[in-house]
Design a protein around this ligand. Structure first.
Ligand code: GAP
Length: 453
């Protein structure tokens, strides 16, 4: 992990948030290559969702009426159990400490209940920072982040920053139905920022306080919900393996033993990160909890008519939910490698070409030969003009010897490098070098773009 974090900063993928002010816990900023990688992650996910005829996209607000979060149950139930070491003041999640000694803390437990389990285990519980066994009481810490909106002072209102994109979909479910584009079953997908007051943001992009989710809510008749749940579970695992190219042995399923307040069933796809197996994506069967709650709190009828039974029903929701940041961390972990090429050690990010932020780098063999440089610039501009997307960078590099330029591109995961030499001036061919094998081939300039397709 340390090597990945250092590489991400050095090469312009990810910077610590507010670094010149000493940092700001749980935040990271994305640099030039980070933005491009991020965009490829989002685009790949969006395409997979749009491939379903009955799945559409929306973009809802981060600020909503505060009642949304009362209805959803987040104001009351979305909390983590916080415990502070009385010796060194380090803060921990009590459920994580309990899990480490083989005790389970149920997410449905009240503060009193979790304190009881914690007190029974105190003799075994050591502070991971100072090693002492002296914790204060467990307190349930609300995770909704708040802000204040208002103009005059007296009309100031406390509002919540969304903690999941899902609620923005539920409150628009009727609007989407009323457009007539879809009838149940149909899905609504959304990508957007969410905010959580995490007790212990950690492990780089894994647990942040401001992060981005890619969520899809599939509205289905209750009698079809179990079958659809299985289909979506399989689809999401296949997506990780086949579309993101993650190795099979690094992925596994984990069933939630303790369900969050909204779920009827929940499974996680876990990835083996350098710090151990951990949740990458959650696939949840949310039943009719959310629509029923919003019906109750808003007074708006959320039911639809069933032609088959001639009865009205509230659809069940199958949710797939994954973080952009966590996906990026997984991709860094999958791609990072140290190997030897031409008897030199190198660091390489073996991103699948469609996810790589830089698709191709173009080099003139020598920077002091104006004819080579001019031809290289021309080729570079031509290729660049064909890749306008945020996630498809084409670079020009004439700095240092060719070996050094290859190393730099390997470190950012560029799958192809193109060198323009004297032969290019004669026959319009270039040397194309492949990142993973170091193999070089002579190709025609007109065939270059096709290599990137
Ligand atoms: N709508 C359901 C929901 O939000 P979740 O398990 O709390 O469920 C879903 O979050 C996904 O969001 C996780 O699987 C993970 O990929 C990502 N995620 C959750 N908390 C995160 C955090 N603090 N930092 C980065 N990603 C996070």
């Amino acid at each position: 992990m340390e090597k990945i974090v250092a590489l991400c900063k050095r090469r312009g993928f990810v910077f610590p948030g507010s670094e010149i002010y000493g940092g700001f816990a749980g935040t990271y900023d994305f640099g030039p290559y980070g933005v491009a990688l991020r965009s490829n992650v989002v685009e790949t996910w969006t395409k997979a969702m749009k491939d379903h005829e009955n799945v559409t996209l929306i973009d809802s607000s981060i600020f909503t009426a505060p009642k949304v979060w009362e209805a959803s149950g987040h104001t009351a139930g979305f909390a983590d159990p916080l415990v502070i070491c009385s010796e060194c003041r380090s803060k921990f999640r009590a459920d994580h400490l309990l899990e480490a000694v083989g005790k389970k803390a149920d997410e449905k437990m009240t503060e009193t209940e979790i304190n009881k389990v914690f007190d029974e285990s105190r003799k075994q519980l050591k502070c991971p920072t100072c090693g002492k066994k002296n914790f204060g009481p467990v307190r349930l810490k609300k995770m909704l982040a708040t802000s204040t909106l208002g103009v005059m002072g007296q009309d100031d209102q406390e509002v919540y920053l969304r903690a999941e994109t899902a609620q923005g979909i539920y409150i628009n479910y009727k609007n989407i139905l009323e457009t007539g584009m879809f009838s149940v079953p149909f899905g609504v997908a959304q990508v957007g920022k969410v905010f959580r007051n995490e007790i212990s943001p950690r492990q780089f992009l894994f647990r942040k306080r401001e992060f981005e989710q890619m969520e899809m809510q599939y509205f289905v008749h209750p009698r079809e919900a179990a079958g659809e749940y299985e289909k979506w579970k399989q689809e999401r695992m296949t997506y990780c393996r086949e579309i993101l190219g993650v190795s099979e042995k690094k992925l596994r399923w984990k069933k939630h033993e303790h369900l969050v307040f909204y779920a009827k069933d929940a499974w996680d796809i876990e990835y083996e990160f350098p710090f151990g197996w951990a949740e990458l994506e959650g696939i949840h069967h949310r039943g009719d909890y959310d629509l029923t709650q919003h019906q109750k709190f808003s007074g708006v009828d959320m039911s639809v008519y069933d032609e088959e039974t001639k009865e009205r029903f509230i659809p069940n929701v199958i949710e797939t939910s994954v973080g952009v940041d966590r996906t990026m961390l997984m991709l860094f972990c999958e791609a990072y490698a140290e190997d030897e090429m031409n008897r030199e050690k190198r660091v390489v990010l073996r991103f699948p070409p469609k996810l790589a932020p830089v698709k191709m780098a173009v080099f003139p063999l020598l920077r002091n030969k104006p004819l080579l440089v001019a031809r290289a610039r021309e080729i570079y501009k031509n290729i660049k003009s064909k890749f306008s997307g945020m996630g498809s960078m084409i670079l020009f590099d004439d700095n240092g010897n060719i070996g050094k330029r290859y190393r730099r591109q390997d470190e950012i995961g560029t799958p192809f490098c193109v060198t323009i030499d004297f032969q290019t001036l004669d026959d319009d061919t270039v040397t194309l070098r492949h990142r993973d094998t170091g193999e070089q081939e002579r190709v025609k300039i007109i065939d270059l773009v096709q290599k990137l397709a």
